[in-house]
Design a protein around this ligand. Structure first.
Ligand SMILES: [Zn+2]
Length: 406
């Protein structure tokens, strides 16, 4: 299927199809399972601007609503990261007489609450009402709306221009990204910066992290594609920093063209992407073949241990688990249930594959023979916490970057 690039209108060439998939965070009750929404999860690359993006998309109203289940403050590591972000903005960007910062998709206020505590003017723009309420409870000002050029014009009319526009794991979610960039152009002060942190295509390809591909991630940014997008809308990519969040992301800083001197890291990362031929069709085709190999190998392992009468439990139910279980066809015959510490997911079913989600105590009652680790980006932290499982003879099954039983 052909699609037009959402950034430049060029032709998008499909390179991987992960099959029929539901919305990744649409955890549901058994009754809701009968009228579940599915779409074809396939990804392509723009032949003109190199932006990697979904072929089909899910309407945003189905993704962000009153019951959005991802809470950014969920992990201590994330909280610390966003507090540091806030401090860095306060020290380097928000130093004028009456600075103003806008966060697109402020989630539960994990970053802006530190800005609010410092008494700096701020506004979170967050369409999911439930997480917006959590942010308000932390003293954060929130506008419950999708961010686009119309929202940006209204925010500017009411509050004036922004010194910083920030987004974390948000910008790659927004299919009308052209309107977002025009909105930032409308809102940003002449010397301001647009900073966003998003999953990195380079990491996804390098680590075979295909489970980063799901409905909410409309775009898979590279330094090459973000630089082209910035230039198209009158901005310049002035910094690109690798950060360890969510298994490997990049923090991009855009300024108005010519306003700042680009950091050397931009050129270094561009050179690295060129050397790896990151956005080239043959590299992306190789990624697809690697993913198919992981699928065959993991299913073989799971079928063998189940045939031996061994028990298997899924560990963690992030949105990623939806992609993996649906693409691989992992049902309750192979993995009877999953444990997750998020209370709002417990008692519900993983979208599409309908594996039941249970509270963490079900993991040790009794320990299974094997645990399939869906939350692999927290592998070290989890394995250390669950040392007793391994002491009791339990073994972990990992599938990224390759299938391993340890
Ligand atoms: Zn394009």
């Amino acid at each position: 299927m052909k699609t037009d690039c959402r950034v430049c209108g060029g032709k998008v060439r499909e390179f991987v199809d992960l099959g029929r998939q539901p919305t990744a965070n649409g955890f549901l009750t058994p009754e809701e399972a009968e009228r579940e929404f599915f779409f074809r999860l396939a990804v392509g690359v723009c032949e003109r601007c190199a932006m990697v993006q979904l072929i089909e998309e899910v309407p945003q109203e189905l993704r962000y609503h009153g019951a959005y289940r991802y809470h950014a403050s969920g992990s201590a590591g994330h909280r610390q990261h966003f507090e540091q972000n806030a401090l860095r903005f306060l020290e380097t960007e928000l130093t004028g007489p009456d600075p103003f910062v806008v966060e697109i998709g402020c989630n539960d206020g994990v970053m802006l609450s530190a800005i609010a505590e410092a008494g700096v003017r701020h506004l979170g723009v967050e369409p999911s009402t439930n997480v917006a309420e959590l942010a308000r409870a932390k003293g954060v000002n929130v506008l419950t709306r999708f961010f686009d050029e119309g929202t940006a014009a209204d925010v500017r009319a009411e509050h004036g221009s922004a010194d910083v526009v920030f987004g974390a794991n948000t910008i790659c979610h927004i299919s009308h990204i052209d309107s977002v960039l025009r909105g930032v152009d409308e809102l940003l002060s002449p010397g301001g910066v647009f900073v966003f942190e998003e999953p990195y295509l380079g990491t996804i390809v390098e680590r075979t992290a295909f489970d980063q591909i799901y409905d909410e991630h409309v775009f898979y940014f590279s330094v090459t594609s973000v630089r082209a997008m910035a230039e198209r809308f009158g901005f310049e990519l002035v910094n690109a920093e690798r950060i360890p969040l969510h298994g490997g992301e990049i923090r991009y800083t855009l300024a108005r063209a010519g306003a700042r001197v680009p950091a050397p890291a931009v050129g270094a990362l561009l050179a690295d992407e060129n050397a790896r031929r990151l956005s080239e069709p043959e590299t992306l085709e190789r990624f697809r073949r690697t993913v198919e190999g992981v699928k065959d190998e993991l299913l073989t392992v799971l079928r063998e241990v189940r045939a031996e009468g061994r028990s298997v439990v899924g560990y963690g139910a992030p949105g990623k688990a939806t992609t993996v279980t649906n693409y691989f066809g992992i049902g309750t015959d192979l993995v009877p249930f999953v444990v997750d510490s998020t209370p709002s997911k417990q008692g519900l079913l993983v979208p599409g594959s309908h594996l039941p989600v249970r509270a963490p105590h079900a993991f040790s009652d009794p320990y299974p023979d094997y645990a399939l680790l869906f939350a692999w980006n927290h592998a070290e932290e989890i394995m250390a916490k669950e040392q007793e499982f391994q002491d009791a003879g339990g073994r972990w099954i990992l599938y990224a970057p390759e299938v391993r039983v340890i």
